[in-house]
Design a protein around this ligand. Structure first.
Ligand code: BTN
Length: 327
């Protein structure tokens, strides 16, 4: 009910009368009043003016389900939202939902994670009231071999959301780190449950350093946040909604084709490694070359320095570093 009232108030620029709310939502005056009281307790400032009605004049900084649901403009993604003020890991919970037949596009959001998982078994820091941590559960009708591309799709959505909302010079370090001024602002961890010929579900977990102002010593030099870059905190729900909306658009294109053909050009525009010297840390032997962009499968094309040949680099096998630093 709170979500429906919030959405109804947000849909109007002006006051909405109690009567109009009752009619729109098909509930009693008491139900509307209770929802308004409960929203006020959550920190929403809702004006009530006799003969005019209700109007929202202030919102708390929250990424709780009703806030996100009332602002999210998607066709199918995020129609089922779970929110936790604290949880071990949103990926862990989303996998449990995946086993329980939760619908395609279900999203798990957390204000704080106590055991956030990063890639290669690392820990991901998610302090309360400042980070954005969420996981999207999808059930793509694609073979398992195609799924790793979804991580690049997600990186592109985060990068473009940040660029659109704040005009910050965000870019992508292949395959999916979103970077601003040489420092990482977002991490993505994709996990899948599949058999040889089909995927049961995929969970795409994303951590965005929104309003963090300090980092543990070991990542201080390579991490940044939106607040540190902008000099002021951001509206976390706005960032989260824009990322989900763009991801839905890009994911639909990816799922339809089964590859990144429709996203390749857009991705390469944001690729910080493009035409840059890179060191490819191949387990069979490291080499250097120039990054030429991704192909439709998301592989990085690298023109090797030693023989001038263009080779395809796949993220599962190798990692790529800039010659002079992290990017
Ligand atoms: C990385 O190491 O770069 C990936 C970090 C992924 C972190 C996110 S936060 C939400 C989701 N839940 C987790 O436990 N991990 C991912």
């Amino acid at each position: 009910m709170k979500e429906k009232v919030l959405r109804a108030l947000r849909d109007e620029d002006d006051y909405v009368s109690g009567q109009a709310l009752c009619e729109k939502l098909g509930v009693s005056r008491t139900a509307v009043w209770k929802a308004i009281q409960s929203l006020r307790e959550d920190g929403y400032v809702i004006e009530a003016v006799p003969n005019k009605g209700y109007r929202i004049t202030g919102c708390p900084d929250t990424i709780a389900a009703e806030e996100v649901a009332s602002r999210l403009r998607t066709k199918w993604m995020g129609k089922k939202l779970y929110y936790f003020s604290t949880i071990d890991s949103t990926n862990q919970y989303a996998k449990k939902l995946g086993e329980e037949q939760a619908p395609d596009g279900t999203i798990v959001i957390a204000d704080e994670q106590t055991a956030g998982k990063g890639r290669s078994g690392r820990h991901w820091v998610t302090p309360p009231k400042s980070a954005i941590a969420f996981t999207i559960l999808v059930r793509p009708k694609l073979p398992p071999s195609r799924i790793s591309m979804v991580t690049l799709v997600k990186g592109l959505a985060v990068c473009n959301a940040i660029r659109q909302l704040y005009s910050l010079p965000a870019g992508i370090k292949w395959p999916n780190d979103v970077v601003i001024h040489g420092r990482k602002i977002c991490g993505i961890l994709t996990e899948m449950s599949a058999e040889v010929d089909g995927v049961h579900y995929v969970v795409i977990g994303t951590g965005i350093n929104a309003n963090l102002t300090s980092f543990p010593e070991e990542i201080r030099k390579i991490a940044t946040s939106l607040e540190l870059e902008l000099g002021h905190p951001v509206d976390r729900a706005q960032v989260l909604c824009r990322v989900i909306e763009l991801f839905e658009q890009y994911y639909d294109l990816f799922e339809k084709r089964g590859d990144l053909t429709d996203l390749q050009e857009m991705y390469n525009k944001e690729l910080l490694n493009l035409n840059q010297k890179v060191r490819v840390l191949d387990p069979k032997g490291a080499y250097t070359g120039t990054a030429l962009g991704i192909d439709p499968e998301g592989e990085l094309l690298v023109k090797r320095d030693d023989d001038g040949k263009t080779v395809k680099v796949w993220s599962g096998e190798v990692s790529v570093r800039g010659i002079y630093g992290y990017v």
